[in-house]
Design a protein around this ligand. Sequence first.
Ligand code: DLL
Length: 435
Amino acid sequence: MEKQYFQKEIETMPVEDIKKLQSEKLVKQVKHVYENVEYYRNLMDQKGVKPEDINGIEDLHKLPFLKKSDLRDAYPYGLLGKPLNECVRIHSTSGTTGKRVIAFYTQNDINLWDDCCARAVVAAGGSKDDVCQVAYGYGLFTGGFGLNGGSQKVGCLTLPMSSGNTERQIQFMMDLNATILCCTPSYAAYVGETLKEQGYTPDQIPLKAGIFGAEAWTEEMRQNIQNTLGIKAYDIYGLTETSGPGVAFECEEQTGMHINEDHFLAEIIDPDTGEVLPEGEKGELVFTALDKEAFPLLRYRTRDICVLTRKKCSCGRTHIKMSKPMGRSDDMMIIRGVNVFPSQIETVLLQEGYQPNYQIIVDRKNNTDTFDVNVEMNPEQFTDTVGGITALEKSLANAMKTMLGINPTIHLVPPKSIARSEGKAVRVVDKRKLI
Ligand code: DLL
């Protein structure tokens, strides 16, 4: 079958042409920002950079970075690039770690964002013959509206379910033969678990694909979801500050996400020194939005750690690929001096045959870090004897020690005793930070 794209000419454009396009857009965008965004103009002035100094992407490194703290300082209007009466919508981050960030959109911003999400839907095999169930939250969170826009632009019959109410999700999925499911991976796992409990086998579930993102998830989690739902599970990435989902999306190769490079210019930097790293090296992802009008962030530090590659992709898309973010730099826990990412724990659990239902609890007692992981037993283990359960806990703790280098205390807990998430899962409770 012929390969499908939403905007073939752009998605398969020769790399040299993409770079040329980026250069042209960057020059214009820097001028737009300098003239309209006082906050960033001040940062440029402090660094002694003028718009005339930026003649193409080779000059990008001259521009100052924007950090999350800048967005908080400039809250709410300080980074607006257009008059408020040209803006038609806002979205906002959940604000769990401080003041919320509010992002603004013109109608043109929304049109381009919809295009980005539409590319993701087509890359997951979507067309106007599909029924796309959007179970990301609608509201200030960007997931629901973003995928809704993309799905509708492709011409899919779009079900704006929002997150939660799993019984209703399943009823609509079955009655309307939904073929594509969009939600967080943790919610997809929960929907799969519920379908299984209701007696559905993968071949009775009408879905063929899922577009899952907004939180870190492992390859093991992908396999788990693919098997229970009988689908191909595609990753999608984005953040409120750069519009929302669709900054990057996965294609059929499932080996990383193509960044929509005509709209977003990506760099990888050393998070400690700010030095730009060559392609293939692991570091912090930084984005420059090339077309955004209302909230035009330049060199925005995402705090997501990943690797970029230009290796040729069999799907025919030429845009650079980012690896799955290996956890946010601020997701990383330091426990007894060892770096631990929740994703490592998830990998071990799924490899050892557990379901992705777990919670990590870190605390400090008598000046020593404590490290506990609650893991749900599978229903068949639940009937085991106490001795049997202790042996299972020990064996899981050993497997974790091999992966992490430190020993957690595992608590196997009854099935269904850990709260399921409808949006982004809360995997870590770090009580040390609450003191
Ligand atoms: O999570 C936007 C989104 C909605 C993406 C739906 C994909 C699907 P925020 O709430 O602002 O925006 O959170 C952004 O979530 O910096 C990453 O740390 C994380 N994140 C997003 N997508 C992925 C992913 C939305 N595919 C933050 N894998 C980002 C891992 C992800 N982490």
